[in-house]
Design a binder for this molecule. Structure first.
Ligand code: PLP
Length: 456
Protein backbone atom coordinates (compact mmCIF):
# COMPACT_ATOMS: atom_id res chain seq x y z
CA UNK A 1 0.00 0.00 0.00
CA UNK A 2 1.46 3.39 -0.97
CA UNK A 3 1.75 5.94 1.83
CA UNK A 4 -0.85 8.73 1.65
CA UNK A 5 0.84 12.10 1.04
CA UNK A 6 0.28 14.87 3.58
CA UNK A 7 -2.11 17.76 2.89
CA UNK A 8 0.90 20.03 2.23
CA UNK A 9 2.41 17.61 -0.26
CA UNK A 10 -0.90 17.25 -2.11
CA UNK A 11 -1.58 20.98 -2.25
CA UNK A 12 1.94 21.86 -3.40
CA UNK A 13 1.55 19.58 -6.41
CA UNK A 14 -2.05 20.70 -6.84
CA UNK A 15 -0.83 24.16 -7.88
CA UNK A 16 -0.41 22.53 -11.33
CA UNK A 17 -3.96 21.21 -11.46
CA UNK A 18 -6.66 23.35 -13.04
CA UNK A 19 -9.90 22.75 -11.14
CA UNK A 20 -13.16 22.84 -13.08
CA UNK A 21 -15.82 25.52 -12.63
CA UNK A 22 -13.69 27.26 -10.03
CA UNK A 23 -12.48 30.72 -9.21
CA UNK A 24 -8.84 29.87 -9.95
CA UNK A 25 -7.56 33.04 -8.33
CA UNK A 26 -9.37 32.28 -5.06
CA UNK A 27 -7.91 28.76 -5.14
CA UNK A 28 -4.38 30.18 -4.96
CA UNK A 29 -5.01 30.41 -1.20
CA UNK A 30 -3.76 27.02 0.01
CA UNK A 31 -6.57 26.48 2.48
CA UNK A 32 -9.21 27.07 -0.19
CA UNK A 33 -8.86 23.52 -1.51
CA UNK A 34 -10.07 20.29 0.03
CA UNK A 35 -8.21 17.12 -0.85
CA UNK A 36 -10.37 14.00 -0.67
CA UNK A 37 -8.20 10.96 -0.12
CA UNK A 38 -10.64 8.14 0.52
CA UNK A 39 -14.29 7.13 0.45
CA UNK A 40 -16.46 4.43 1.92
CA UNK A 41 -20.24 3.95 1.71
CA UNK A 42 -21.93 7.32 2.17
CA UNK A 43 -18.77 9.04 3.45
CA UNK A 44 -15.62 10.59 2.04
CA UNK A 45 -12.41 11.22 3.96
CA UNK A 46 -10.32 14.36 3.56
CA UNK A 47 -6.53 14.66 3.84
CA UNK A 48 -6.85 15.82 7.46
CA UNK A 49 -8.61 12.58 8.31
CA UNK A 50 -12.11 14.09 8.60
CA UNK A 51 -14.93 11.72 7.72
CA UNK A 52 -17.61 13.68 5.87
CA UNK A 53 -21.07 12.66 4.72
CA UNK A 54 -21.03 12.93 0.93
CA UNK A 55 -24.04 15.14 0.37
CA UNK A 56 -23.32 15.53 -3.33
CA UNK A 57 -22.61 11.90 -4.25
CA UNK A 58 -19.26 12.83 -5.81
CA UNK A 59 -20.91 15.03 -8.44
CA UNK A 60 -24.48 13.69 -8.57
CA UNK A 61 -23.02 10.34 -9.57
CA UNK A 62 -22.02 7.91 -6.81
CA UNK A 63 -25.52 6.46 -6.65
CA UNK A 64 -24.81 3.07 -5.06
CA UNK A 65 -22.32 4.53 -2.59
CA UNK A 66 -18.53 4.44 -2.44
CA UNK A 67 -16.22 1.42 -2.32
CA UNK A 68 -18.69 -1.23 -3.52
CA UNK A 69 -16.59 -4.36 -3.71
CA UNK A 70 -18.51 -5.93 -6.62
CA UNK A 71 -17.88 -2.97 -8.90
CA UNK A 72 -14.21 -2.80 -7.98
CA UNK A 73 -13.87 -6.55 -8.61
CA UNK A 74 -15.76 -6.34 -11.92
CA UNK A 75 -13.38 -3.63 -13.15
CA UNK A 76 -10.28 -5.53 -12.02
CA UNK A 77 -11.47 -8.81 -13.51
CA UNK A 78 -12.25 -7.09 -16.80
CA UNK A 79 -8.82 -5.45 -16.98
CA UNK A 80 -7.23 -8.85 -16.42
CA UNK A 81 -9.31 -10.39 -19.24
CA UNK A 82 -9.37 -7.59 -21.80
CA UNK A 83 -7.86 -4.28 -20.75
CA UNK A 84 -8.88 -2.36 -23.81
CA UNK A 85 -10.37 -2.78 -27.17
CA UNK A 86 -12.43 -0.38 -29.21
CA UNK A 87 -15.96 -0.52 -30.59
CA UNK A 88 -14.78 1.06 -33.85
CA UNK A 89 -15.29 -0.46 -37.32
CA UNK A 90 -16.42 -4.07 -37.02
CA UNK A 91 -15.07 -4.63 -33.49
CA UNK A 92 -17.05 -5.25 -30.37
CA UNK A 93 -16.48 -6.98 -27.05
CA UNK A 94 -18.74 -8.87 -24.62
CA UNK A 95 -19.14 -6.21 -21.94
CA UNK A 96 -20.06 -3.36 -24.32
CA UNK A 97 -22.55 -5.67 -26.05
CA UNK A 98 -24.07 -6.88 -22.77
CA UNK A 99 -24.35 -3.35 -21.42
CA UNK A 100 -26.00 -2.03 -24.58
CA UNK A 101 -28.59 -4.82 -24.34
CA UNK A 102 -29.13 -4.14 -20.63
CA UNK A 103 -29.54 -0.38 -21.10
CA UNK A 104 -31.95 -0.96 -24.00
CA UNK A 105 -34.01 -3.28 -21.78
CA UNK A 106 -34.28 -0.58 -19.09
CA UNK A 107 -34.96 2.37 -21.39
CA UNK A 108 -38.59 3.18 -22.20
CA UNK A 109 -40.44 2.67 -25.49
CA UNK A 110 -38.44 1.83 -28.59
CA UNK A 111 -35.19 3.29 -27.30
CA UNK A 112 -33.21 0.20 -28.18
CA UNK A 113 -29.92 1.35 -29.68
CA UNK A 114 -27.06 2.63 -27.58
CA UNK A 115 -23.91 4.55 -28.44
CA UNK A 116 -21.37 4.93 -25.66
CA UNK A 117 -19.20 7.93 -24.86
CA UNK A 118 -17.16 8.95 -21.87
CA UNK A 119 -19.04 11.93 -20.46
CA UNK A 120 -22.45 13.51 -20.34
CA UNK A 121 -21.19 16.34 -22.55
CA UNK A 122 -20.15 13.87 -25.21
CA UNK A 123 -23.47 12.01 -24.92
CA UNK A 124 -25.31 15.25 -25.68
CA UNK A 125 -22.99 16.25 -28.53
CA UNK A 126 -23.43 12.76 -29.95
CA UNK A 127 -27.23 13.04 -29.81
CA UNK A 128 -27.21 16.26 -31.82
CA UNK A 129 -24.65 14.99 -34.34
CA UNK A 130 -26.73 11.86 -34.88
CA UNK A 131 -29.89 13.90 -35.42
CA UNK A 132 -28.19 16.22 -37.88
CA UNK A 133 -27.06 13.19 -39.85
CA UNK A 134 -30.55 11.67 -39.55
CA UNK A 135 -32.19 14.75 -41.07
CA UNK A 136 -29.54 14.92 -43.80
CA UNK A 137 -30.42 11.37 -44.73
CA UNK A 138 -34.11 12.24 -44.78
CA UNK A 139 -33.33 14.99 -47.30
CA UNK A 140 -34.00 17.74 -44.73
CA UNK A 141 -30.56 19.30 -44.39
CA UNK A 142 -32.01 22.59 -43.09
CA UNK A 143 -33.34 20.91 -39.95
CA UNK A 144 -30.34 21.74 -37.74
CA UNK A 145 -31.28 24.17 -34.97
CA UNK A 146 -31.53 23.13 -31.35
CA UNK A 147 -34.06 24.37 -28.81
CA UNK A 148 -32.69 24.42 -25.30
CA UNK A 149 -33.63 26.47 -22.23
CA UNK A 150 -32.25 29.10 -19.92
CA UNK A 151 -31.24 27.33 -16.71
CA UNK A 152 -30.04 24.23 -18.56
CA UNK A 153 -26.73 22.47 -18.06
CA UNK A 154 -25.77 20.03 -20.80
CA UNK A 155 -21.97 19.94 -20.45
CA UNK A 156 -18.72 21.65 -21.25
CA UNK A 157 -17.72 20.63 -24.75
CA UNK A 158 -18.25 23.42 -27.26
CA UNK A 159 -21.65 22.22 -28.45
CA UNK A 160 -22.90 21.03 -25.04
CA UNK A 161 -21.98 24.42 -23.57
CA UNK A 162 -23.78 26.19 -26.40
CA UNK A 163 -26.90 24.24 -25.34
CA UNK A 164 -26.30 25.12 -21.68
CA UNK A 165 -27.74 28.33 -20.24
CA UNK A 166 -25.71 31.35 -21.38
CA UNK A 167 -25.22 32.20 -17.69
CA UNK A 168 -22.69 29.35 -17.54
CA UNK A 169 -20.41 30.76 -20.25
CA UNK A 170 -20.14 34.36 -19.10
CA UNK A 171 -16.85 35.68 -20.50
CA UNK A 172 -16.33 32.54 -22.57
CA UNK A 173 -17.33 31.77 -26.13
CA UNK A 174 -19.55 28.93 -27.20
CA UNK A 175 -19.56 27.14 -30.50
CA UNK A 176 -22.26 26.96 -33.06
CA UNK A 177 -23.29 30.59 -33.16
CA UNK A 178 -26.95 30.83 -33.98
CA UNK A 179 -27.44 27.08 -33.79
CA UNK A 180 -29.09 27.08 -30.38
CA UNK A 181 -32.17 28.99 -29.26
CA UNK A 182 -32.83 29.18 -25.52
CA UNK A 183 -36.45 29.03 -24.41
CA UNK A 184 -37.57 30.50 -21.09
CA UNK A 185 -36.29 29.05 -17.85
CA UNK A 186 -39.15 26.89 -16.58
CA UNK A 187 -38.88 27.51 -12.82
CA UNK A 188 -42.11 28.85 -11.30
CA UNK A 189 -40.30 30.50 -8.36
CA UNK A 190 -38.43 32.74 -10.81
CA UNK A 191 -41.52 33.92 -12.71
CA UNK A 192 -41.70 37.68 -13.03
CA UNK A 193 -45.39 38.02 -12.17
CA UNK A 194 -45.79 37.09 -8.49
CA UNK A 195 -49.52 36.46 -8.94
CA UNK A 196 -49.12 33.93 -11.73
CA UNK A 197 -50.21 30.38 -10.79
CA UNK A 198 -48.21 27.34 -11.80
CA UNK A 199 -50.86 26.39 -14.39
CA UNK A 200 -50.75 29.87 -15.91
CA UNK A 201 -46.96 29.76 -15.95
CA UNK A 202 -47.12 26.44 -17.81
CA UNK A 203 -49.21 28.14 -20.50
CA UNK A 204 -46.63 30.94 -20.75
CA UNK A 205 -43.81 28.42 -21.20
CA UNK A 206 -45.61 26.45 -23.87
CA UNK A 207 -46.54 29.65 -25.67
CA UNK A 208 -42.88 30.74 -25.59
CA UNK A 209 -41.89 27.41 -27.20
CA UNK A 210 -44.72 27.60 -29.73
CA UNK A 211 -43.67 31.10 -30.75
CA UNK A 212 -40.00 30.11 -31.08
CA UNK A 213 -40.95 27.16 -33.29
CA UNK A 214 -43.13 29.44 -35.41
CA UNK A 215 -40.46 32.17 -35.71
CA UNK A 216 -37.54 29.85 -36.44
CA UNK A 217 -39.66 27.53 -38.53
CA UNK A 218 -40.07 23.84 -37.69
CA UNK A 219 -38.34 23.01 -40.98
CA UNK A 220 -35.15 24.50 -39.47
CA UNK A 221 -35.29 22.80 -36.04
CA UNK A 222 -33.76 19.38 -35.41
CA UNK A 223 -34.37 18.92 -31.73
CA UNK A 224 -35.32 20.09 -28.27
CA UNK A 225 -32.99 19.11 -25.42
CA UNK A 226 -34.17 19.17 -21.81
CA UNK A 227 -33.28 17.76 -18.42
CA UNK A 228 -36.44 16.37 -16.76
CA UNK A 229 -35.42 18.55 -13.78
CA UNK A 230 -32.69 21.11 -14.46
CA UNK A 231 -29.84 20.25 -12.12
CA UNK A 232 -26.77 22.45 -12.24
CA UNK A 233 -28.92 25.47 -13.12
CA UNK A 234 -30.17 25.34 -9.52
CA UNK A 235 -32.50 22.31 -9.38
CA UNK A 236 -35.20 24.04 -11.41
CA UNK A 237 -38.47 22.15 -11.58
CA UNK A 238 -40.88 22.89 -14.41
CA UNK A 239 -44.63 23.07 -13.68
CA UNK A 240 -46.56 19.80 -13.61
CA UNK A 241 -47.28 18.55 -17.11
CA UNK A 242 -44.52 20.58 -18.78
CA UNK A 243 -42.36 17.66 -20.00
CA UNK A 244 -45.39 15.92 -21.47
CA UNK A 245 -46.73 19.08 -23.11
CA UNK A 246 -43.32 19.79 -24.66
CA UNK A 247 -43.21 16.21 -25.88
CA UNK A 248 -46.52 16.72 -27.69
CA UNK A 249 -45.55 20.10 -29.12
CA UNK A 250 -42.22 18.84 -30.47
CA UNK A 251 -43.77 15.70 -31.96
CA UNK A 252 -46.39 17.82 -33.77
CA UNK A 253 -43.54 19.74 -35.41
CA UNK A 254 -41.23 16.84 -36.26
CA UNK A 255 -38.72 18.07 -33.69
CA UNK A 256 -36.86 15.28 -31.91
CA UNK A 257 -36.91 15.32 -28.11
CA UNK A 258 -33.62 14.61 -26.32
CA UNK A 259 -34.12 13.96 -22.60
CA UNK A 260 -30.84 14.69 -20.84
CA UNK A 261 -30.99 12.14 -18.02
CA UNK A 262 -27.34 12.48 -17.09
CA UNK A 263 -28.42 13.16 -13.50
CA UNK A 264 -32.02 11.91 -13.28
CA UNK A 265 -31.48 8.32 -14.43
CA UNK A 266 -30.37 5.34 -12.36
CA UNK A 267 -32.38 5.85 -9.24
CA UNK A 268 -31.99 9.51 -8.24
CA UNK A 269 -35.73 10.19 -8.68
CA UNK A 270 -36.84 6.66 -7.77
CA UNK A 271 -36.72 5.15 -11.28
CA UNK A 272 -34.09 3.74 -13.61
CA UNK A 273 -35.11 6.41 -16.14
CA UNK A 274 -37.31 9.31 -15.10
CA UNK A 275 -38.77 10.31 -18.49
CA UNK A 276 -41.52 7.71 -18.64
CA UNK A 277 -41.72 6.46 -15.06
CA UNK A 278 -41.77 9.88 -13.38
CA UNK A 279 -42.86 12.30 -16.10
CA UNK A 280 -45.06 10.04 -18.23
CA UNK A 281 -43.44 10.67 -21.60
CA UNK A 282 -41.05 8.84 -23.89
CA UNK A 283 -38.51 10.99 -25.72
CA UNK A 284 -36.77 10.09 -29.01
CA UNK A 285 -33.34 10.03 -27.39
CA UNK A 286 -32.15 9.71 -23.79
CA UNK A 287 -28.64 10.70 -22.84
CA UNK A 288 -27.18 9.47 -19.58
CA UNK A 289 -23.87 9.14 -17.71
CA UNK A 290 -23.01 9.62 -14.01
CA UNK A 291 -25.22 7.01 -12.23
CA UNK A 292 -24.70 4.58 -15.14
CA UNK A 293 -21.45 3.50 -13.45
CA UNK A 294 -22.06 5.33 -10.15
CA UNK A 295 -18.92 7.25 -11.10
CA UNK A 296 -16.56 4.25 -10.76
CA UNK A 297 -15.55 4.67 -14.42
CA UNK A 298 -16.22 7.43 -16.94
CA UNK A 299 -19.04 6.31 -19.23
CA UNK A 300 -22.04 7.82 -20.97
CA UNK A 301 -24.75 6.54 -23.26
CA UNK A 302 -26.81 8.06 -26.05
CA UNK A 303 -29.88 5.88 -26.41
CA UNK A 304 -31.85 6.36 -29.62
CA UNK A 305 -35.14 4.94 -30.79
CA UNK A 306 -35.54 2.35 -33.52
CA UNK A 307 -36.89 4.81 -36.06
CA UNK A 308 -33.80 7.05 -35.90
CA UNK A 309 -31.59 3.97 -35.99
CA UNK A 310 -33.35 2.64 -39.10
CA UNK A 311 -32.54 5.85 -40.97
CA UNK A 312 -28.90 6.15 -39.90
CA UNK A 313 -28.24 2.48 -40.62
CA UNK A 314 -29.80 2.35 -44.10
CA UNK A 315 -27.77 0.87 -46.93
CA UNK A 316 -25.16 3.43 -47.97
CA UNK A 317 -25.15 5.32 -44.64
CA UNK A 318 -21.89 5.60 -42.68
CA UNK A 319 -21.82 6.25 -38.95
CA UNK A 320 -18.91 8.71 -38.80
CA UNK A 321 -18.81 9.27 -35.07
CA UNK A 322 -17.18 7.71 -32.01
CA UNK A 323 -14.59 8.08 -29.29
CA UNK A 324 -11.57 5.88 -28.58
CA UNK A 325 -13.09 4.98 -25.23
CA UNK A 326 -16.68 4.46 -26.44
CA UNK A 327 -17.81 1.42 -24.47
CA UNK A 328 -14.44 0.91 -22.76
CA UNK A 329 -14.44 -2.66 -21.39
CA UNK A 330 -13.65 -1.67 -17.79
CA UNK A 331 -16.30 1.06 -17.84
CA UNK A 332 -18.90 -1.29 -19.31
CA UNK A 333 -18.04 -3.91 -16.67
CA UNK A 334 -18.44 -1.28 -13.95
CA UNK A 335 -21.84 -0.26 -15.32
CA UNK A 336 -23.09 -3.86 -15.48
CA UNK A 337 -22.01 -4.52 -11.88
CA UNK A 338 -23.53 -1.20 -10.79
CA UNK A 339 -26.89 -1.94 -12.44
CA UNK A 340 -26.88 -5.42 -10.93
CA UNK A 341 -26.51 -3.90 -7.45
CA UNK A 342 -29.31 -1.41 -8.18
CA UNK A 343 -31.65 -4.17 -9.29
CA UNK A 344 -30.77 -6.63 -6.54
CA UNK A 345 -31.10 -4.04 -3.78
CA UNK A 346 -34.04 -2.35 -5.51
CA UNK A 347 -32.35 1.01 -5.08
CA UNK A 348 -34.90 2.92 -7.22
CA UNK A 349 -37.70 1.35 -5.13
CA UNK A 350 -35.99 2.26 -1.85
CA UNK A 351 -35.44 5.82 -3.07
CA UNK A 352 -39.22 6.19 -3.36
CA UNK A 353 -39.22 6.07 0.47
CA UNK A 354 -35.81 7.35 1.57
CA UNK A 355 -35.67 10.00 -1.16
CA UNK A 356 -39.08 11.26 -0.10
CA UNK A 357 -37.87 11.46 3.51
CA UNK A 358 -34.88 13.51 2.29
CA UNK A 359 -37.08 15.78 0.17
CA UNK A 360 -39.67 16.30 2.92
CA UNK A 361 -36.98 16.98 5.54
CA UNK A 362 -35.24 19.62 3.45
CA UNK A 363 -38.51 21.19 2.32
CA UNK A 364 -39.24 21.59 6.04
CA UNK A 365 -36.44 24.21 6.18
CA UNK A 366 -38.58 26.65 4.20
CA UNK A 367 -39.55 28.42 7.43
CA UNK A 368 -36.01 29.74 7.95
CA UNK A 369 -35.76 33.46 7.28
CA UNK A 370 -33.37 33.37 4.29
CA UNK A 371 -34.73 30.23 2.63
CA UNK A 372 -36.80 31.47 -0.31
CA UNK A 373 -37.44 28.18 -2.02
CA UNK A 374 -36.63 24.49 -1.62
CA UNK A 375 -37.03 22.65 -4.91
CA UNK A 376 -36.52 19.27 -6.42
CA UNK A 377 -37.48 15.71 -5.86
CA UNK A 378 -36.14 12.74 -3.91
CA UNK A 379 -32.31 12.88 -3.88
CA UNK A 380 -32.05 15.96 -6.08
CA UNK A 381 -32.73 19.07 -4.00
CA UNK A 382 -31.79 22.75 -4.22
CA UNK A 383 -32.29 25.46 -1.60
CA UNK A 384 -32.35 29.05 -2.78
CA UNK A 385 -31.41 31.78 -0.29
CA UNK A 386 -32.95 35.24 -0.63
CA UNK A 387 -32.55 38.57 1.10
CA UNK A 388 -36.30 39.13 1.38
CA UNK A 389 -38.65 36.20 1.32
CA UNK A 390 -41.90 38.12 0.95
CA UNK A 391 -40.75 39.92 -2.17
CA UNK A 392 -38.44 37.10 -3.38
CA UNK A 393 -35.62 39.68 -3.52
CA UNK A 394 -32.37 37.83 -4.13
CA UNK A 395 -29.07 38.39 -2.38
CA UNK A 396 -26.51 40.26 -4.52
CA UNK A 397 -24.91 37.93 -7.07
CA UNK A 398 -21.54 38.09 -5.28
CA UNK A 399 -22.95 37.52 -1.77
CA UNK A 400 -22.07 33.81 -2.10
CA UNK A 401 -24.50 32.77 0.59
CA UNK A 402 -24.47 29.24 -0.84
CA UNK A 403 -20.73 29.01 -0.20
CA UNK A 404 -21.15 30.34 3.35
CA UNK A 405 -23.74 27.64 4.10
CA UNK A 406 -21.63 24.95 2.37
CA UNK A 407 -18.61 25.90 4.51
CA UNK A 408 -20.68 25.64 7.68
CA UNK A 409 -21.91 22.23 6.48
CA UNK A 410 -18.36 21.03 5.86
CA UNK A 411 -17.25 22.15 9.34
CA UNK A 412 -20.12 20.05 10.66
CA UNK A 413 -19.18 16.96 8.65
CA UNK A 414 -21.27 17.28 5.49
CA UNK A 415 -20.15 18.03 1.93
CA UNK A 416 -22.74 20.18 0.12
CA UNK A 417 -22.44 22.13 -3.11
CA UNK A 418 -22.68 25.89 -3.32
CA UNK A 419 -24.13 27.43 -6.45
CA UNK A 420 -24.20 31.22 -6.13
CA UNK A 421 -26.87 31.92 -3.53
CA UNK A 422 -28.15 28.35 -3.61
CA UNK A 423 -27.14 25.06 -2.05
CA UNK A 424 -27.44 21.76 -3.87
CA UNK A 425 -27.75 18.31 -2.38
CA UNK A 426 -27.51 15.17 -4.48
CA UNK A 427 -26.15 12.47 -2.17
CA UNK A 428 -25.59 8.75 -2.65
CA UNK A 429 -28.90 6.86 -2.80
CA UNK A 430 -28.03 4.49 0.04
CA UNK A 431 -28.24 6.63 3.16
CA UNK A 432 -30.12 5.18 6.12
CA UNK A 433 -33.11 7.10 7.51
CA UNK A 434 -30.88 8.12 10.46
CA UNK A 435 -28.18 9.48 8.14
CA UNK A 436 -30.82 11.40 6.20
CA UNK A 437 -31.94 13.02 9.45
CA UNK A 438 -28.33 13.98 10.15
CA UNK A 439 -28.00 15.64 6.72
CA UNK A 440 -31.25 17.57 7.15
CA UNK A 441 -30.27 18.63 10.68
CA UNK A 442 -26.81 19.72 9.55
CA UNK A 443 -28.16 21.79 6.65
CA UNK A 444 -30.62 23.48 9.03
CA UNK A 445 -27.89 24.25 11.59
CA UNK A 446 -25.59 25.57 8.86
CA UNK A 447 -28.27 27.92 7.52
CA UNK A 448 -28.90 29.20 11.06
CA UNK A 449 -25.15 29.74 11.55
CA UNK A 450 -25.00 31.65 8.24
CA UNK A 451 -27.97 33.77 9.30
CA UNK A 452 -26.11 34.60 12.53
CA UNK A 453 -23.05 35.63 10.47
CA UNK A 454 -25.32 37.89 8.42
CA UNK A 455 -26.76 39.40 11.60
CA UNK A 456 -30.20 37.89 10.96
N1 PLP B 1 -26.02 16.95 -18.52
C1 PLP B 1 -26.35 17.18 -17.25
C2 PLP B 1 -27.80 17.26 -16.88
C3 PLP B 1 -25.37 17.34 -16.27
O1 PLP B 1 -25.70 17.61 -15.00
C4 PLP B 1 -24.02 17.21 -16.66
C5 PLP B 1 -22.95 17.34 -15.65
O2 PLP B 1 -23.15 17.70 -14.53
C6 PLP B 1 -23.72 16.98 -18.00
C7 PLP B 1 -24.75 16.83 -18.91
C8 PLP B 1 -22.31 16.88 -18.46
O3 PLP B 1 -21.76 15.68 -18.02
P1 PLP B 1 -20.18 15.53 -17.97
O4 PLP B 1 -19.69 16.45 -16.89
O5 PLP B 1 -19.98 14.08 -17.65
O6 PLP B 1 -19.65 15.89 -19.30
Amino acid sequence: MTKMPSTDEILTKDAHLIQSFANLDALKQADARTAIVGADGVHVIDSEGNRLLDGIGGLWCVNVGHKRREIIDAITEQLETLDYYSTFYNFTHPKAAALAAKVASLAPGNLNRVHFGNSGSVANDSAVRMLHHYFNRLGKPKKKKVLSRHGAYHGSTHLAMAMTTPAYSDGWDTAADGLVHHLMEPCHYHRTDPEMTEAEFLDVLIEDARKAIHDIGPENIACFIAEPIQGAGGVLVAPDGYNKAMRELTAENEIKYIADEVVTAFGRLGAMFASQDVFGMTPDIITTAKGLTSGYQPLSATIIDDEIYEVISEPGAMFLHGMTYSGHPAAAAAALANIEIMEREDIPGRVKTTGKQFETGLKGLIDLDIVGDVRGSHFMIGLEFVRDKATRTPFEADANVGMAVAQHCQKRGLVARALGNSLILSPTLVMTPEQIDVVVGTVGESIRATMADLGR
